[in-house]
Design a protein around this ligand. Sequence first.
Ligand code: URA
Length: 249
Amino acid sequence: MDEQLRRQYLEAMGITSWLFRQPDETEKLVPPPVEAWCQEKAPAAEEADSPRLDNVAGLDWAALRERVAACKACDLHRSRTQTVFGVGDQNADILIIGEAPGADEDRQGEPFVGRAGKLLNAMLKAIGLDREQVFIANILKCRPPGNRDPRPEEVLRCKPFLLRQVELVAPRVILAVGRIAAQNLLQSTDPVGRLRGRVHGFGESAIPLVVTYHPAYLLRSPEQKAKAWQDLQQVTKFLAGKESPKPTG
Ligand code: URA
């Protein structure tokens, strides 16, 4: 059967035949010269996704959360179950900053939900606050494998997210829990024992910042709970306006 007749039969049966179209001369794709391909270096995946300050500036909560969830700026995205953005009252007076998600947090997508989290909740209760009344975030949004310490480059890559959270919450006081949070926020190598007990200033606007022990450390060293209690008292006194509002360095 000749081709034309075959098409007529198919059309009569309601069957559309797909034909390869011959491009005309003007449509033919002209590949760019090889030199141009070599010059146009594609950014590395990690580079392209890096959360620089300029690409989180001005983001609202929803957009920031999305940016965090999609982040592949460091290798931690490979091992995470999910990102752990932060939780709580977005207009809280107190912003609590911890270190990084652990196994429970990685699984549930919420900071401080494991044993340390339970103790943190109890510590907050002791100063008359529910967890929902503060905002809780971490230095890192992804879990470091095996709960190792965050690496400097991971902290650096994640920092814009936290800084934007600080801007959005605009807390009256920041409570840094543990060495990693305190040292990174204050750019210090001093141990918690030396950083606690006074009010620091965080960032350009010198947001009052109090340092205390990490609840996970308090679980291992309950004898230090009295000092953590003093730190929390300092926060409440500060919020009640009984503490000097001037941070000391
Ligand atoms: N430890 C932290 O520092 N943050 C969490 O979210 C959980 C445990």
